[in-house]
Write a protein that binds this ligand. Structure first.
Ligand code: ITT
Length: 217
């Protein structure tokens, strides 16, 4: 069984559309390292989650990156939601910026303790720090988590969607969905299928689903 390791059931609902009942949520709050990019956070999280679960895992690190705020809240999106709240983030954007373009990013990281060609290879990114974090060949002597798992291969799958921060509309989804507009609708106004078809997570899940299918065949 593939475990989607997260405290956020909204993520798993979206994943089920791609992975059906091959996936089930495992609620576990892995440590999120501080980083400017989602890739190293997801890669480290997947190794820790695998160590905890002892079976194949996928973790999902996501965030809202506001262009005019140099990407804030980005990797700190969960912290900003918990402390300020989504409406305060929206007000900040509207008060400070005329250009309210933003993007949602999602990085999925898969680990099953088995050897495979780890990222980087066909993922949408060019981040050397992330490549090092995900590398299968990193030096065991530099095992940063002290648990002997630093060299476990991790596969990363990224997805991005560009939109705009708007006044909150809609009751669906979760998190920042009500204030993120894509093509005239907020994510909270879309049904789950509609959101998945264009969302950061949907795009990452589609790539993962193809790769996982091939791996399971
Ligand atoms: P886990 O870490 O346990 O998976 P989380 O909700 O804390 O759950 P993240 O660390 O990835 O997840 O935090 C991402 C933040 O961005 C958090 O505030 C989410 O509510 C928000 N977020 C992520 N994906 C989103 C989406 O598709 N729509 C709206 N908000 C989203």
């Amino acid at each position: 069984m593939l475990r989607y390791v997260t405290t956020n059931p909204g993520k798993v609902r979206e994943a089920e559309e791609y992975l059906g009942d091959a996936v089930a949520q495992l609620e576990f709050d892995y440590a999120e390292v501080q980083a400017h990019d989602l890739e190293p956070i997801a890669a480290r999280g997947a190794r820790e989650a695998y160590r905890h679960a002892g079976e194949p895992v996928i973790v999902d690190d996501a965030g809202l990156f506001v262009r005019g705020l140099d990407g804030f809240p980005g990797p700190y999106s969960a912290y900003a939601e918990d402390t300020l709240g989504v409406e305060a983030v929206r007000r900040l954007v509207h008060r400070e910026l005329d250009d309210r373009r933003a993007e949602f990013r999602c990085v999925l990281a898969y680990c099953d303790g088995e050897p495979f060609d780890a990222s980087p290879d066909p993922v949408d990114r060019g981040d050397r720090v992330a490549a090092a974090a995900a590398g299968a060949d990193s030096d065991p002597a530099s095992d940063a988590d002290g648990e002997g798992t630093e060299s476990l291969p991790v596969k990363l799958f990224a997805g991005v969607v560009r939109g705009e921060v708007v006044e909150a509309r809609g009751d669906g989804g979760f998190g920042y969905d009500p204030i993120f507009e894509y093509d005239g609708s907020t994510f909270a106004e879309m049904g789950p299928g509609e959101k998945n078809a264009i969302s950061h997570r949907g795009r990452a899940l589609e790539k993962f689903g193809e790769w996982y299918q091939e791996r399971s065949d």
